[in-house]
Every structure is written in structure tokens, then in C-alpha cells.
Ligand binder design. Structure first.
Ligand code: 3H9
Length: 653
């Protein structure tokens, strides 16, 4: 199949890229584009060229599978130079997305027109690299530098209206994109020889405070190098002639492409897309998700309801009585309002989402929902009662899910007559924001239930990872393991603030103790108490967290936890240190200082060994799935790729 075709239509040539699924600029496409330039050089009567793409989108960038390997000719900068230097105008007709090398290709053209729904961006930093085909040099020649900096360093695409406002595209098509692109191309042809973007001056505008940007990116990036390198490339563009800036950009791009950060980010990019493959293979039709039932309107239930409402479906939420149902409806409305206030959704969309919610206290009303998700109190007796009630009222084909984070889904499934329709859907708080969904497959979970989990993840635009049944599934089990080891480190001489600082220095947004204080120490305490009777007497057990809870230090909500919050911010507390030292003495441990490296290598080792056990037990389908869980649900720094990736990379070097 030819990935690039040229059609000559009188004075116009149409160059079409057709390289499914996303028209990535692999070697064949690059060669095809160069061949098109050569073919057109000899075409008599052609006055302008329209560059377009087949399929659902314009070009999504370089072929990520080629990055980090030795570049194969022709390289993209040469192809773009050929297009840009052409004697006749090229117009890019953009639909869908123009990303990375795709936008660089569009910028090398002499005019750009996009559909109103198109999105354009330079997401290279999310792959640990910077644009490598002139993006940092051409962009500030089309848009003011103050607009270019966030686009290149943040990697977020903009919509067509924004792109037009800042000068990235010339026109928006509201009708026939190709016809309008052709008319535009002929207009440009009438204006004489086109001016390449690289030959233009930088767009005048507000000066950029480079030092302030550097400080901001350093803080936000938590150790990621690419955003700072992207800023430095733009700084080069501000200071150097275009040819020199292009050469500097290319050198930076090639160096970064071979970096461990880029390898880690590429791995997680593909791992996220492969995650849930087992679900997609489920040979069954999913339940209809136009109306979903949710039981329980606490923080989790309200978050799940909000996520589903924002995705466009209806939700019927059931609480234990009318006042609780009214309170839950208010909680959902408040969460939707907060999303609106943050600019995530418009006022009409927020109004429509609220309008799709109904609440009540009668399980019978759930019978019209093909999927029901329970998010009631995390206690086996309470959840079993919910499932028996559901079993009595729900039609046989309905799928029933539990949002438990620790309980045995097999036991819950056994409460019902048909356990094949039961699965776990473990959301992360806040459920309407967090991207991860652990889909828990119990022993009897059937294909239709799994297909429904996959369909829900797709509807909510979440990454679904399949987990088997065990205590804590994938993520909470790994977290429990390293939390336990962190407490052992406390017994051995570390302090909570030292462990948190080591984790933050590594790239976590928050350390384990600040996180516990935020979510509250009481739930884990209740779980420890519930398991106390079955814990082997020989098992090592640190009593520090129990002592904090017994002292009423349940986290931020009580003003004290691992830290003291009297001043409004987390402060190390001598009382906590005293408890830790007493527990060290009780356990007969001598205390020594831990360096940040020692702390992190212990945490990583525990994550990796627990991850390995999870793999061997078949709880996770792959090491990549474990990394996806840790990166998308547990704050593991994305630019490090995940604990399993790090373990593998270390073993290979
Ligand atoms: C770059 O351009 C560097 C240049 O500056 C310099 C060059 C010198 N390559 O996400 P989806 C695959 S860096 C290869 O599920 P969606 C993906 O793996 C690049 N494959 O679809 C999946 O495969 P499979 C900068 C790619 O509709 C399939 O396509 N560009 C690429 O939800 C569908 O993907 C980016 O970072 C690629 N570039 O979202 C954009 N992109 O079916 C990355 C996708 O086998 N891509 N695949 O699992 C995206 O953001 C999304 O894929 C997109 C579509 C928004 C385009």
C-alpha cells in the first residue's frame, strides 16, 4: 500500500497521507512526502499543493516506535525543508489532531486551515523529548513567544479557535475542508512566491520572563528534564539565527531521544494503550451504559456518579433513606460545580449533567439500570447485604459491580445467584478526575461483565487495568507493602519527613506520610485491627501507626497525624518522633541515619518484589500493567516509567 499519494487536479495538486491508525510519520511516509516533492517539481501547470490526510485525523506525529533508534533517512527535518522551500505554496488541511511532527509538518507548509473540531499541539515533552523537526524554531515565527512557551513546554494541544487566535493556523473551515483548503491554496498562489516560516522574523509580543518559566517548570516537572530542555530550545530560537537554532534543536532532540527519561515515557505510552487488552478480547456485548445505577453517595459514590454524568450518561443514585439521598445529590451537584469552576466543563454542560441525575432510596428503581456499581461503606457485612438486595431486584442480564478497594470479590459474588455477572470496579479518588480504573476479575466473572468494565472505562476515558482477586488488588497491595517497609525504616532510624522528602525528591507529588494524613489514618487502622487475629505471631509488625491513631492523630482532619497542622502546614512533631523512638526501643532496633538514596532504593525494591509476586500469582497480566497502575493511580513519577520498568532497565544495564 502506498502511504503517500499525489493527485494532480488542474492547477492544484493534492498530496494525501494514508498511514493508519494515526498517520504517523514513519520512514515510508517521510520517503513518500519527499518523492511527492520531486514528482511535483516536474508537474506542469501546478500552482499550489494541498496536503491532507486520510482517516480520522491529520498526522499524530513521528512514529513513536522509531524514536530512540538510529534515525533512518530521509529524516523529517529534511522532508520539511523540502516542502518549506518549495517554489509554490503548500496548504495543510487539518482535521482531527495535528500533533508533534504532524504540527511541525503543518508549520512547514505555507498556509494552514483546520476544521473547527481540530486540535493542534506539540506533546513531545510528554515523551521525554522536544520537537525535533523545527517546531521550536517555526512556532515562534507564527505565534508570539509568550504563546509558544506554554505550548512547547506543557505539551497540551489547543483547539482550532485558540490556534487561529494566536496565529498558528490561518483559517477555520466550517464546511468542506478540502474545497476550502484548495481555494486558500490558489489565493496564496496568486500572491507570488511563498515565504517559508523559518525565513520570517519572530512574532513581536510581550517579552518572556525566562527565569520565571524555568523556576515554574522545575517545580512542576519534579525532576523531568524535557520541559526545561524545551524551554532552552525556545531560548535558543530567541537568540540565534533560524539555521543555528534548527541545528541546536535537532542535537537536543537526538540526545533526549536516547535518554532514560524518554525510554520510560515511551514505555508508559504504549503500556497505557496495551492495558486492558484482556478486556477488549472479551467476546461479549457490554451492558448498555446510557443509564447506570450507583449505590452510596459518599465521597466515592458521588465521584463515580459525577464521572458518569460528565461522560453523558444518566445516573440513578440510591442511598439508605431520603435525607441521605438528598445529601448525595447535593454532593454530586457540588462536585459538578467545582468542575465547572475549574473550567473543565461549560455551564450548559454542567446543567445538563445535573439534569441526568436522579436519586432515591428504593433498590427496585435500580432495575432499569443495566449496570449498577455499589460504593457503600468498606465492610464485608454491609456490602454482602447490598448484593443480596440487588440479587433480588435486578434483571438476570444486569451487571453488578463493587467498588471495593480491599474486600474479596469472590465472597461478594457468592452472595448472588449468578456470580458471572459480578466484577470489581476499583475507582480512585476523586473518581471523576483520576484516570485509573482497576477492573477486578473474580473467579466466576463472565465475559459480559468484563466487556462492560471495558466499555465503562472507554466511556469515562479511563485507563482500565485488569486485576485478579487478592488483598488490595494491584495498587493497594503494592502500597501496603511499601508502607509497611517505610514503618520498618522508621523503627530503624528514619523520620517521616525524611521519607517524604526522599519520595518527593524522586518525583512523587507527595510522600507516603503526607498522603496518609490527607486521606486519614483510620481506615487502614480498622483494617489492621480486623486482621490482627489472623496475623502470625512471628510476623514483623510496627506499632507506630497504631500508636498515632490511639492518640487521636488521624491525619489532617484531626489537625494531627504524622505531622502537626496547627500552623496550617505540615510540621514535623516531636511527639511523633518520641513515639517512633519508643517503638524502636520496644522492637530492639538500633537507630541509624538513612540517606534519601537508601530510602528510595528500599521503597523501589519492595515495590518490585511485591509486583513480581503479583505477576507470579497471576493477579496482574503484565509488568507494564503494574507500572500503569502505579503511575496513573499512585503518584509514581511518570518520567521514571514505573517500578517494574526501572527494575528491568537496571537489570539490563
Ligand atoms: C514527535 O512527533 C517528534 C517530532 O517532533 C520529531 C520527529 C523528528 N506513533 O491513543 P490511541 C498508536 S513525537 C506510533 O489509542 P486515540 C497507538 O499506540 C510524537 N503509534 O488513539 C495505538 O496503537 P494500537 C508526538 C502511535 O484516538 C493507535 O495508534 N505525538 C502514535 O485515543 C491508536 O492510538 C504524540 O505524542 C505515534 N505517534 O488517540 C501523539 N500515536 O491500536 C501521540 C498513536 O496498536 N498519540 N499511536 O494500540 C496520541 O496522543 C493519540 O494516539 C491520539 C489518538 C490523540 C493521536
Amino acid at each position: 500500500m502506498t502511504t503517500v499519494t499525489v493527485d494532480i487536479l488542474g492547477p492544484l495538486a493534492r498530496v494525501t497521507i494514508d498511514n493508519p491508525p494515526v498517520n504517523a510519520l514513519g520512514q515510508e511516509v517521510r520517503a513518500g512526502l519527499l518523492a511527492a516533492c520531486h514528482a511535483l517539481a516536474g508537474a506542469e501547470g501546478v500552482r499550489a499543493v494541498v496536503l491532507t490526510c486520510a482517516g480520522r485525523s491529520f498526522v499524530a506525529g513521528a512514529d513513536i516506535r522509531e524514536l530512540g533508534k538510529t534515525p533512518v533517512d530521509p529524516c523529517l527535518p529534511d522532508v520539511l525543508a523540502a516542502i518549506e522551500g518549495w517554489r509554490l505554496p503548500w496548504v495543510a488541511a487539518v482535521h482531527g489532531t495535528a500533533l508533534g511532527g504532524g504540527l511541525e509538518l503543518a508549520m512547514a507548509c505555507h498556509g494552514r486551515i483546520a476544521t473547527a473540531a481540530a486540535r493542534l499541539g506539540l506533546p513531545e515533552v510528554t515523551l521525554g523529548i522536544i520537537p525535533g523537526a523545527g517546531g521550536t524554531v517555526r512556532l515562534p515565527r507564527l505565534v508570539p513567544m509568550a504563546e509558544a512557551v506554554p505550548l512547547v513546554t506543557g505539551g497540551k494541544p489547543v483547539d482550532a479557535a485558540t490556534a487561529q487566535r494566536i496565529g498558528l493556523i490561518d483559517r477555520i473551515s466550517h464546511g468542506d475542508l478540502i474545497a476550502e483548503a484548495e481555494a486558500f491554496a490558489l489565493e496564496l498562489a496568486g500572491q507570488g512566491a511563498p515565504v517559508p516560516a523559518r525565513a520570517r522574523d519572530l512574532v513581536a509580543g510581550e517579552p518572556v520572563d525566562w527565569a520565571a518559566w524555568e523556576a515554574r517548570l522545575r517545580k512542576r516537572g519534579r525532576g523531568a528534564a524535557a520541559p526545561l530542555e524545551a524551554l532552552a530550545a525556545l531560548c535558543d530560537t530567541a537568540a540565534l539565527p533560524a539555521a543555528e537554532a534548527l541545528a541546536a534543536e535537532r542535537a537536543r532532540f537526538l540526545r533526549l531521544s536516547a535518554s532514560p527519561e524518554a525510554a520510560a515515557l515511551r514505555n508508559i505510552f504504549f503500556a497505557e494503550r496495551r492495558a486492558g487488552e484482556a478486556l477488549r478480547r472479551a467476546q461479549a456485548d457490554p451492558a448498555d451504559l446510557a443509564q447506570v445505577g450507583v449505590i452510596g453517595g459518599g465521597t466515592m459514590g458521588a465521584g463515580i456518579a459525577t464521572a458518569i454524568l460528565l461522560a453523558g450518561s444518566r445516573v440513578h443514585l440510591v442511598e439508605r433513606d431520603a435525607p441521605a439521598a438528598t445529601a448525595a445529590a447535593q454532593r454530586v451537584a457540588d462536585t459538578i460545580m467545582a468542575s465547572q469552576a475549574r473550567g473543565v466543563i461549560s455551564q450548559p454542560a454542567a446543567d445538563a449533567a445535573r439534569g441526568r441525575l436522579t436519586v432515591g432510596s428504593d433498590y427496585v428503581d435500580l432495575a432499569r439500570c443495566p449496570l449498577v456499581i455499589e460504593a457503600v461503606f468498606e465492610e464485608m457485612g454491609v456490602k454482602r447485604e447490598v448484593f443480596s438486595k440487588l440479587d433480588a431486584v435486578m434483571p438476570a442480564e444486569a451487571v453488578l459491580a463493587t467498588n471495593t478497594s480491599y474486600l474479596d470479590v469472590n465472597v461478594l459474588a457468592a452472595t448472588t445467584r449468578d456470580p458471572s455477572r459480578i466484577l470489581g470496579l476499583h475507582f480512585f479518588s476523586p473518581a471523576h478526575v483520576m484516570k485509573l480504573l482497576e477492573v477486578v476479575r473474580a473467579d466466576a466473572t463472565g465475559a459480559r461483565a468484563l466487556a462492560t468494565g471495558a466499555a465503562l472505562a472507554k466511556l469515562l476515558r479511563k485507563v482500565a487495568v485488569v486485576a485478579g482477586v487478592c488483598d488490595g488488588f494491584i495498587g493497594n497491595r503494592i502500597m501496603a507493602a511499601y508502607r509497611r517497609d517505610c514503618e520498618f525504616m522508621l523503627e530503624e532510624g528514619a523520620l517521616p519527613q525524611e521519607i517524604d522528602a526522599a519520595m518527593e525528591g524522586f518525583g512523587f507529588a507527595m510522600g507516603i506520610y503526607a498522603t496518609q494524613d490527607m486521606s486519614g489514618l483510620d481506615i487502614a487502622w480498622a483494617q489492621r485491627k480486623a486482621r490482627a487475629a489472623s496475623r502470625p505471631a512471628t510476623e514483623r509488625y510496627a506499632h507506630i501507626a497504631d500508636r498515632l491513631c490511639e492518640a487521636g492523630r488521624l491525619g489532617r482532619k484531626t489537625g494531627k497525624g504524622w505531622y502537626d497542622y496547627a500552623s496550617g502546614t505540615a510540621q514535623p512533631d516531636p511527639q511523633v518522633q518520641q513515639i517512633i523512638e519508643e517503638e524502636s526501643a520496644r522492637a530492639g532496633r538500633s537507630r541509624h541515619r538513612f540517606t534519601a538514596e537508601e530510602i528510595m532504593s528500599r521503597i523501589l525494591a519492595i515495590m518490585q518484589s511485591e509486583g513480581q509476586a503479583i505477576l507470579e500469582e497471576g493477579i496482574a497480566q503484565s509488568a507494564d500493567d503494574i507500572d500503569v497502575v502505579m503511575v496513573t493511580g499512585y503518584g509514581f513519577p511518570r518520567h521514571r516509567g514505573g517500578p517494574m520498568f526501572m527494575g528491568r532497565s537496571r537489570a539490563e544495564t
